[in-house]
Design a protein around this ligand. Structure first.
Ligand code: PLP
Length: 483
């Protein structure tokens, strides 16, 4: 029977193989030579227009498509693979991880469940994460899209576990009581998003004031909890910050753990990047108390330098974790053998059913370098932040805006005779000019009403000389009159 059957596979594999080999050489070459190129390049208008073409009806040659990728997409990336990218909180990636991503797409396994190698790798990496965070290995956990999703998962378990009714069955309407969460004013917006998405309303996320180091004010927190209890509400979760996004502040996690224990409140730690301080022996004391948390959210794509996406969540009470998400209709039933076997399915511990195999690149990288080396580079980033902080302090043209407590330096350029408003505007423009120059890419920040430049070092490629270059580039731009 002639059905004119088609496939996406090539008839002749040789041209595909040739493009694949070129891609490997091009991308490794790009990575090897990053330092000599700009951090970031603004996409010109003609290139922007290129992306307005209508839906292709017929195919074209892969060689042509690949040329467009290299010419129109690769040069205009965010730039976080570069040694002088320090904006927001972004990791670099690694050559080995690139291989991992290629293999991941090649075998294209569904990490949602079933009896397959991905589950073994992910379970092993999650166990390694437990060791890294000082957690018992009986804890559960999984890879998710990022810290936002990890916070959502952790806080969802907290909500279901701490409600005094059957949350899955009755929802928030089960009882006329309010569930209240607490975090410092510096907490990441993803926590508010999680509270909103979980139906609790952001007015029930109490944002507590901070001290001069931007750490949560414990006394104010205790008073808020008492007030809520007296009003008949249910304080259900305290979210501790292990590294705030703005200044890298570490809440007193041990004190928060103590309160949670006494008050029977779920303790969730948002440690998107800061939790990784746990693997550097010199920094571990900063996250003391984190091991007492009921759940921890962190990202491998930030301070473990993995390519996107690799968020992680750990939950100490595995049963509570599974109880929040598990749903196994007949088409997802587990079998005692065959492909539907396997002890636990990751899809029962999170929101996603079909899942990508993000654990592979992490598994490969940790094996290749050993966890000690990651700890050393994390500590190196902290020492680089201290170095930059000292350079800033020693230079009368610059002013530090917040104490350097981890890997983040917030500072601004001082201009003689300017008032606060003018300084804010000047620094705002100075940062844009710096990014446009392609020399370095920090992001902006506002600390106590002062706008400045924020350098967040989650970069395994940065060297101390890069920070000298940053300050001289800023001085040059500032003196060259940023208008
Ligand atoms: C980045 C970040 C998040 C969100 O993580 P994503 O991976 O971007 O979703 C949450 N909290 C903190 C402190 C962060 O730095």
């Amino acid at each position: 029977m002639n059905m004119n059957e088609e496939t996406l596979d090539p008839v002749d594999w040789a041209p595909l193989r040739a493009v694949a080999h070129t891609a490997v050489d091009d991308l490794l070459g790009l990575t090897e030579n990053l330092r000599s190129g700009p951090v970031w390049k603004s996409m010109p208008e003609d290139v922007q227009k290129f992306f307005q073409q209508s839906l292709p009806q017929e195919g074209e040659a892969l060689e042509k498509i690949y040329a467009d990728v290299m010419e129109k997409i690769v040069p205009y990336r965010t730039g976080n693979i570069h040694p002088r990218f320090w904006g927001w909180v972004m990791g670099n990636g690694s050559g080995t991880a690139m291989i991992g991503e290629f293999i991941k797409a090649g075998i294209n396994l569904n990490a949602g469940g079933g009896f397959q190698s991905g589950a073994f790798v992910e379970r092993q990496v999650i166990r390694w994460c437990c060791q890294m965070m000082g957690y018992p290995e009986t804890a559960s956990g999984l890879f998710v899209g990022g810290g936002s999703m990890a916070n959502l998962v952790g806080i969802a378990v907290a909500r279901n576990q701490m409600a005094q009714w059957n949350m899955r069955q009755e929802g928030l309407q089960g009882e006329n009581k309010k569930l209240i969460a607490y975090a410092s004013r510096e907490v990441h917006s993803s926590v508010q998003k999680a509270i909103e998405l979980l139906g609790m309303g952001n007015e029930n996320l109490r944002l507590i004031g901070t001290d001069s180091f931007f750490r949560i004010n414990i006394e104010e927190l205790s008073k808020a909890i008492l007030r809520d209890r007296n009003n008949g509400h249910i304080p259900f979760c305290i979210i501790g910050c292990a590294g705030t996004v703005n200044t890298g502040a570490m809440d007193d996690l041990a004190a928060l753990a103590e309160i949670c224990k006494e008050e029977k409140i779920w303790f969730h730690v948002d440690g998107a990047f800061g939790a990784l301080a746990a693997i550097a022996p010199e920094l571990r004391h900063l996250v003391a108390g984190m091991e007492q948390a009921d759940s921890i959210a962190f990202d491998m794509h930030k301070w473990m330098y993995m390519p996107y996406a690799a968020g992680c969540v750990l939950v100490k009470n595995a049963a509570a974790h599974r109880h929040t998400f598990s749903l196994t209709p007949t088409y997802l039933s587990h079998a005692e053998g065959g492909l539907a076997g396997g002890e636990s399915w990751f899809s029962e511990f999170g929101i996603e059913l079909s899942r990508s195999f993000e654990a592979l690149k992490v598994w490969m990288n940790i094996r290749e370098h050993g966890i000690k080396k990651f700890g050393r580079i994390i500590h190196q980033n902290v020492r680089q932040a201290q170095y930059l902080g000292k350079l800033v302090e020693a230079n009368p043209d610059f002013e530090l805006l917040a104490p350097v407590t981890l890997n983040i330096v917030c500072f601004r350029y001082l201009k003689n005779g300017s008032n606060e408003k003018q300084l804010n505007e000047f620094n705002h423009k100075l940062l844009i000019r710096l990014q446009q120059s392609g020399k370095a890419a920090p992001s902006n920040t506002i600390v106590n009403g002062k706008e400045g430049i924020r350098v967040c070092i989650t970069n395994h490629r940065s060297k101390s000389e890069d920070f000298d270059l940053l300050l001289s580039a800023l001085r040059e731009l500032a003196e060259g009159q940023v208008t």
